[in-house]
Design a protein around this ligand. Structure first.
Ligand code: UD1
Ligand code: CA
Length: 497
């Protein structure tokens, strides 16, 4: 198939029924704006030129295009309203003088490149002047109706709902608003458009009857996929088309070898990729540029955004953003991986762990209840339960480096900037403020003393006292017996306050 000379995407309308401060075409489904969906479909036909026509909120929409589709040209529609005028303004940016021009809408997100390519191919094969994409719908209210010749092969024109007679309103074949035009016919016919209609607008649809009057062949290609040509006008349709897009994305992955246990609770954005034999359990959302490796298991109940998950890794009941999870690694349940988290091959981030800007080496483990921020953890290290990487001194953030095979005791606080050398260890409850040399054990907690009989005296009358007495027997009530150390003296004094 030949590629079209140009695609013109119409996006100048206001979209007032969205009742939104955000321009309609910038609302998103499937992780992309409606406009980027439309532009992506257009790009799929490999056109020589791609023009988007703007007017409403021009600067904001243009900026969005610069950010997400910098290769498109922008045309500005002037104050003259109507789809015909919009295409005319679009053509001002087209340099080609012959060939096929596709016209699509910026608010029709499910349109796919295959359908557009079929439209171009059918149009060129028939050497038509215009080929309009149509659909038969149960409720055609509001749409332009297709007027066909008596034998049904030729399209004689399109009549807008507001201009239609009662009889014409009974026609259930509607204009999708997507067309292939012969460029020369289009340019010529647009010059002759009037505004003598119910809306006082330049109707693009009038190009069909003009071409027909000139004796040029005008055809229709009927699609049975009605959703594919549906536009978004309000937020109810936004949700409906969002759900349909999701359904189509899930189906594509399932057909490619991904197990999705519960499609009704799974949401996957258009740009996500998933490897073969991966399993997506119920309650999963995969957003942005997330990439799931072969045989990985995601969920139940996990939300991943812009996250790379290696082959065979597992992510259960967790939230991740801009993270990389190595092959065979495991995450969750109930963990929060923030930007810059890199978990090595076979590593583990267990339950109730928050990480940020943390490179965690191969086979290293952060199994329980920890915060790991601005850190590097060497391979095979084990971070004890409830360890906190204190990265913030109230003014600046600092980094912590934990070497290979380090054993950090439970409830340690690593006060950054600090380095724990390879093979070092910390005792439980250690506050590490100074570097720990390789192979050393760091301890900072005061040594334990037992204040005998404390419960019996200080918690008299409680269930604890009863339990203690039962355990101690009749001779259990003794004086305080405190080991003699300065810390113990302090402690005793505090006890008495
Ligand atoms: C249009 C068609 C109608 C078709 C329907 C399909 C015309 C006259 N009518 O009607 O036959 O069934 O689409 O949805 O073409 N736009 C501009 N500039 C404008 C006006 C519109 O860029 O001056 C853009 C809008 O942003 C939108 C698209 O064109 O993306 C369609 O505009 P809309 O006002 O929704 O057209 P309809 O009246 O629904
Ligand atoms: Ca519309």
């Amino acid at each position: 198939m030949e590629s079209p000379a140009a695609v013109i995407v119409l996006a100048a309308g206001a979209g007032t029924r969205m009742k939104s401060r955000t321009p309609k075409v910038l609302h998103s489904i499937g992780g992309r704006s409606l406009l980027v969906h439309a532009v992506t479909a257009a790009e799929g036909t490999s056109p020589s030129e791609l023009v988007v026509v703007l007017r409403h909120e021009r600067e904001r929409v243009a900026q969005h295009l610069t950010d997400h589709a910098p290769e498109v040209a922008i045309a500005d529609q002037d104050e003259i309203p109507g789809t015909g005028r919009a295409v005319q303004c679009g053509l001002d940016e087209v340099t080609a003088t012959s060939g096929t021009v596709l016209v699509t809408y910026g608010d029709v997100p499910l349109l796919d490149p295959q359908t557009l390519r079929r439209l171009v191919a059918g149009h060129e094969e028939a050497a038509a002047a215009v080929t309009v994409l149509t659909a038969r719908v149960p409720d055609p209210t509001g749409y332009g109706r297709i007027l066909r010749s008596a034998d049904g092969t030729e399209v004689e024109g399109i009549v807008e709902h507001k201009d239609a007679t009662e009889d014409q309103r009974g026609i259930d074949e509607i204009n999708s608003g997507i067309y292939a035009f012969d460029l020369e016919v289009l340019r010529g016919a647009l010059e002759r458009l009037g505004t003598d209609n119910a809306q006082g607008e330049m109707y693009l649809t009038d190009v069909l009857s003009i071409a027909r009057a000139d004796g040029r062949p005008v055809r229709a290609m009927v699609t049975s996929d009605v959703m594919m040509v549906e536009g978004v006008n309000d937020r109810v349709q936004l949700a409906q088309l969002g759900a349909e897009m999701n359904r189509r994305i899930l189906e594509r992955h399932m057909r490619a070898g991904v197990t999705i246990v519960d499609p009704s609770t799974t949401w996957i954005d258009a740009d996500v990729s998933i490897g073969q034999d991966a399993t997506i359990l119920p309650g999963v959302q995969l957003h942005g540029a997330t990439d799931i490796g072969d045989e990985a298991v995601i969920g139940p109940d996990a939300t991943l955004r812009d996250t790379e998950v290696g082959a065979g890794a597992e992510v259960m009941r967790s939230q991740t953003l801009l993270a990389m999870i190595g092959p065979g690694a495991s995450v969750g349940p109930f963990s929060y991986l923030r930007a810059g988290t890199v978990l090595g091959k076979g590593g583990k981030i267990g339950g109730f762990v928050e990480t940020k800007n943390a490179q965690i080496g191969e086979d290293a483990k952060v199994p329980h209840l920890s915060y790991v921020g601005d850190a590097e953890i060497g391979e095979g290290a084990n971070i004890g339960a409830a360890t906190i990487f204190a990265n913030y001194d109230g003014v600046d953030k600092h980094r912590t480096t934990v070497g290979k095979q380090v054993r950090v005791g439970s409830d340690s606080v690593l006060v950054a900037p600090v380095t724990l050398g390879d093979g070092s260890a910390t005792g439980a409850g250690t506050v590490v403020r100074k570097d720990v040399p390789p192979g050393a054990l760091a301890v900072s907690a005061v040594s334990q003393r037992n204040v005998e009989g404390w419960t019996l005296r200080r918690r008299a009358g409680t269930a604890a006292e009863g339990a203690a007495r039962a355990a101690l027997g009749p001779d259990g009530d003794t004086e305080d017996a405190v080991s003699a150390s300065p810390a113990a003296e302090d402690h005793k004094e505090r006890e008495q306050r």
